[in-house]
Design a protein around this ligand. Structure first.
Ligand code: FES
Length: 252
């Protein structure tokens, strides 16, 4: 770098001035202000500053005015910024808090919409429920409906069946469950028509216990849908249902 500057002649006036100064020093006639003046006059381009150098600050560059972006509290250069630190800090806290709240709310909205977009639509939900008119099912009869691709048994029990099932000793049962825990209304038994052994559809009003009978491997269920005999391990499943009124049941 230095050799490049020397080759280009950028330092020539400096060397000349220094040389002259050294000669003057040797002869005892050195005059500092005179030599500096000479050096400056002989200068044809900017060169290295030193003890006798000139400050080459870019004073011609205009500094932009940021006043519009500055807070009024710190506009006065004669005022200590400590005086306004309290109010400026409060402003920063409020701004940060507001930004955080808006960010959280936005994130929550995005997540909620994303999750709800994956849930079942209204028409699909409508298909997931079935409404059954109970008046169409005579006492002592069982009707089969299709619900969510599976058979659904709705049985209108007689007084005798209700009394028999309520009196069953739970100790005799493979899957102990009291009749009152399987029905909301003793007159109505609502169960899935899927054998808990291997999934065959049992036959209603058949078998040793008068409830349901699965012919595939010989499982016998009672009139409450509880397994009483055969290989099936569990009672028939009770789906969720409710009675909006005395004449209707909604399953699902
Ligand atoms: S599937 Fe019903 S007894 Fe085997």
């Amino acid at each position: 770098m230095m050799s490049l500057a020397c080759r280009s002649g950028a330092l020539t006036p400096y060397f000349q001035a220094t040389n002259g100064s050294l000669k003057a020093l040797a002869s005892g006639t050195f005059n500092t202000s005179e030599n500096v003046k000479k050096a400056l006059e002989s200068r044809t381009r900017p060169y290295v500053s030193g003890a006798t150098g000139v400050r080459f600050a870019h004073t011609d560059i205009k500094i932009p005015d940021f006043s519009d972006y500055r807070r009024p509290d710190v506009m006065d250069p004669n005022k200590s910024s400590q005086e306004s630190s309290e109010s400026r800090r409060t402003f920063s806290y409020v701004l940060t808090g507001a930004t955080t709240v808006v960010g959280i709310y936005t994130a929550k909205t995005v997540v909620t919409q994303f999750v709800s977009s994956m849930s079942a639509s209204a028409d699909v939900l409508a298909l997931s429920k079935i409404e059954i008119k109970l008046g169409d099912i005579p006492e002592g009869k069982n009707m089969t409906f299709k619900w969510r691709g599976k058979p659904l048994f709705v049985r209108h029990r007689t007084e005798k069946e209700i009394a028999v099932e309520a009196a069953v000793n739970l100790g005799e049962l493979r899957d102990p469950q009291h009749d009152k825990d399987r029905v909301k209304n003793p007159s109505w038994v609502i169960v899935l028509g899927v054998c808990t052994h291997l999934g065959c559809v049992p036959i209603a009003n058949a078998g040793d216990y008068g409830g349901y009978y699965c012919p595939c491997h010989g499982s016998h269920y009672d009139a409450s849908g509880r397994i009483r005999k055969g290989p099936a391990p569990l009672n028939l499943e009770v789906p969720y249902y409710e009675f909006p009124d005395d004449e209707t049941v909604v399953v699902g």
